[in-house]
Design a protein. Structure first.
Lengths: 331, 348
């Protein structure tokens, strides 16, 4: 049985004039201890997915329909008490900005110990000992002293380590990390990613990593979902998606990276912008930016379907592949 | 690099320093220490003895992590900040001590593009107003029709439809706004563009669009760039030369290809190894110990000493000078000078 099984998850936002669909029938599975990446550009719906999985959406956003089976229970139909028992305990979340996540007026110790005591029957001293062990696991030097400090006394990298320690405090089965290193420098990002990978592997914790950085996804995850305008447009093993992307958008995204072009040469850009949710074009949402778009693409939304090893939502994927094959023969 | 010697550099920075005072005013400087009242003024040493030159037609990239002083360098060159020490020369003329009036003709030649296109365009001005203002200001003799022609021409060249000219910034996407910010810099036909993280706030597919635009402008207008960024893959693509900054000090300056194929300074190596790669094989990420020291109390010796695997007593006590390497790069490192770095890379 998979740890997490999402079926037809649809999230809508009730705006004054109209109700917009931010997530459109998302389905995926996550096995125990598996690491999954969700990539896309701003507005693709990756963060909304993260929030919806924890049932953390607040008005005007709501889960319209769909199922989120987590350890055999449906998160969508849980009541508040059940949700409190699950959040932070069996499923934890790491956000982008560590300064916003930590409470600035409480010491690190208060935040960790209170979390522990709220979920487990522990004495204050027992909780303190667990907090120290967890801080040591994320390589925080002199953890006893850190417990007495306030978030502003620590550097960005240190704060993000503490966030990870807090996420792991109650030994969750799944961690959802939403752009966990985007606010950090590259050298610190590399440290944090290494740490997260090590902890997930050694504790068999599942990871959903939401990011815009294909390099990070490539090094951290086993499987990847590519999102565009609230839909999954490609899903499969990370290696295959990076090395041999099928959907024109995924191809464009990878080819647009500076390292894919010789220095000084024109980059291969995707024309246009991601459509806003209030103005999604009919048919395939990517069709106005796609060089392969046909009349079918402009009128009918492609279903995501298996294509070889990966799942792709594109009408023209077969034609694309035969084009590739022809190009290879010519070369 | 060789033709640089014959042709004088367009921009020359000599021993540039910038300190920001933390304790301002008399009362803040009064401290009670060890039973005595003393006066002590602390300051942030943002830029320390930075010397760089940029030749005509070059794109010099300044890279480093947050707090390394790269944006401060950009702002000093643009004249938005006054240096605490050192000199900035443009076409052989000293520009850091000019009055506002004398600076005016230079502002036409040197333009700046900022990171956040949401903050750098006035939300209450239409695009037309925002683009016309610099043209009028720098070319008082232009007629209204000439100004309008110039604006239309520049908008076309950055790929923004000139019929949208009456719209306000909020009606545009982030990528379009950054194009408009670039257009605004280009309306006065500058020679030198200072770009401070111009694509960091944009999505990957939009980054490519804006980077292409900047490359095109470089070729068609013969622009020279001072490009500030933290993104090394952009540097490799865009820069002709790279300067690596750490704690306000230049560690290494080299031609882009040289720096990426053969990084020498231990910090440069760590920085390059930390970039997440698309390739299958996990790179050997060089883990740095500790964290960046505070720029308030600068270390006496090499700024990187506390985190460097090759540091010794000399690194702790003596600041390394930038030394010319056989391949044309400049590196400030005692360990390299003494041959203590593991010589795995050729040319060391």
């Amino acid at each position: 049985m998979s740890l997490l099984s999402v079926r037809d998850l649809t999230v809508k936002f009730a705006m004054r004039e109209q109700t917009v669909t931010a997530l459109n029938g998302i389905s995926f599975d996550l096995a125990k201890g598996e690491r999954l990446g969700i990539v896309g550009e701003s507005g693709a719906g990756k963060s909304i997915t993260g929030f919806a999985l924890m049932n953390l959406l607040s008005r005007p956003g709501f889960i319209d329909h769909g199922q989120i089976m987590f350890e055999g229970e449906d998160v969508v139909t849980m009541n508040d008490r059940q949700l409190r028992g699950m959040r932070g305990n069996r499923m934890a979340m790491i956000f982008q900005d560590p300064m916003v996540t930590l409470n600035p007026v409480l010491t690190i110790g208060q935040q960790m110990i209170e979390t522990l005591m709220a979920h487990r029957k522990l004495s204050r001293e027992e909780a303190r000992q667990i907090a120290i062990v967890k801080l040591r696991e994320v390589y925080i030097p002199s953890p006893e002293e850190r417990l007495e400090q306030y978030p502003h006394e620590l550097s960005g990298g240190m704060r993000q380590r503490i966030i990870i320690a807090i996420a792991l405090l109650l030994d969750p089965q799944l961690i959802i990390a939403d752009e966990p290193t985007t606010a950090l420098d590259v050298t610190i990002q590399a440290d944090i990613m290494e740490l997260l990978l090590e902890l997930c592997q050694s504790n068999q914790v599942g990871l959903i990593l939401i990011t815009h950085d294909l390099g990070v996804v490539s090094q951290m995850t086993e499987r990847t979902l590519v999102m565009y305008a609230g839909r999954i447009i490609e899903a499969g093993r990370t290696r295959e998606i990076i090395n041999d992307p099928q959907h024109p958008y995924t191809q464009g995204l990878i080819n647009a990276l500076p390292q894919q072009t010789l220095p000084g040469q024109r980059l291969k850009q995707i024309p246009g912008n991601m459509p806003s949710l209030t103005n999604i074009p009919p048919g395939c949402p990517f069709n106005p930016r796609c060089e392969y778009a046909t009349d079918l693409c402009r009128s009918r939304i492609p279903e995501i379907s298996h294509y070889g090893e990966v799942e792709v939502a594109c009408h023209e994927v077969q034609r694309l592949q035969s084009n590739d094959a022809r190009r290879e023969v010519k070369a | 690099m060789k033709d640089m010697a014959t042709q004088p550099a367009l921009l020359e920075i000599k021993g540039l320093e910038k300190r920001f005072d933390l304790d301002q005013g008399f009362l803040e400087t009064v401290k009670f220490k060890g039973g005595r009242i003393t006066r002590e003024a602390r300051s942030v040493h943002a830029v320390n003895n930075v010397s760089l030159d940029v030749g005509r037609g070059e794109a010099l990239c300044v890279v480093g992590e947050s707090g390394c002083g790269k944006s401060t360098v950009a702002r000093l060159v643009a004249g938005l900040l006054t240096p605490s020490a050192g000199e900035i020369h443009y076409e052989g003329q000293r520009i850091d001590d000019l009055s506002r009036h004398d600076m005016l003709p230079l502002r036409k030649k040197i333009q700046m593009i900022f990171q956040n296109p949401y903050a750098s365009l006035n939300p209450r001005m239409t695009i037309l107003q925002a683009l016309e203002e610099p043209v009028r200001h720098h070319n008082p003799k232009y007629s209204a029709a000439e100004v309008r022609d110039k604006v239309t021409e520049v908008m076309m060249s950055v790929g923004v439809d000139p019929t949208w000219i009456k719209r306000y910034p909020h009606e545009f996407s982030g990528g379009q706004r950054q194009r408009i910010a670039i257009a605004r810099a280009l309306t006065v036909d500058p020679e030198f563009i200072i770009a401070d993280e111009p694509i960091s706030a944009l999505d990957v597919s939009i980054q490519a669009q804006v980077l292409n635009l900047m490359l095109e402008a470089k070729e068609s207008r013969g622009l020279t760039y001072l490009f500030i960024t933290h993104d090394l893959s952009v540097v490799e693509h865009f820069g002709t030369r790279v300067a690596v900054l750490y704690l306000g000090t230049v560690c290494e300056v080299a031609e882009t290809a040289t720096l990426f194929s053969n990084p020498k300074h231990p910090y440069t190596r760590a920085l390059l190894s930390a970039v997440p790669q698309l390739k299958d094989d996990r790179p050997n990420h060089i883990r740095l110990k500790g964290e960046i020291p505070t720029p308030i109390n600068l270390p006496q010796g090499c700024p990187f000493e506390s985190r460097c695997a090759f540091a010794n007593g000399r690194c702790k006590s003596e600041k390394p000078r930038a030394i010319h390497q056989p391949d044309g790069s400049m590196v400030a490192c005692h360990a390299l000078e003494e041959g203590r770095l593991d010589a795995d890379a050729p040319g060391l």
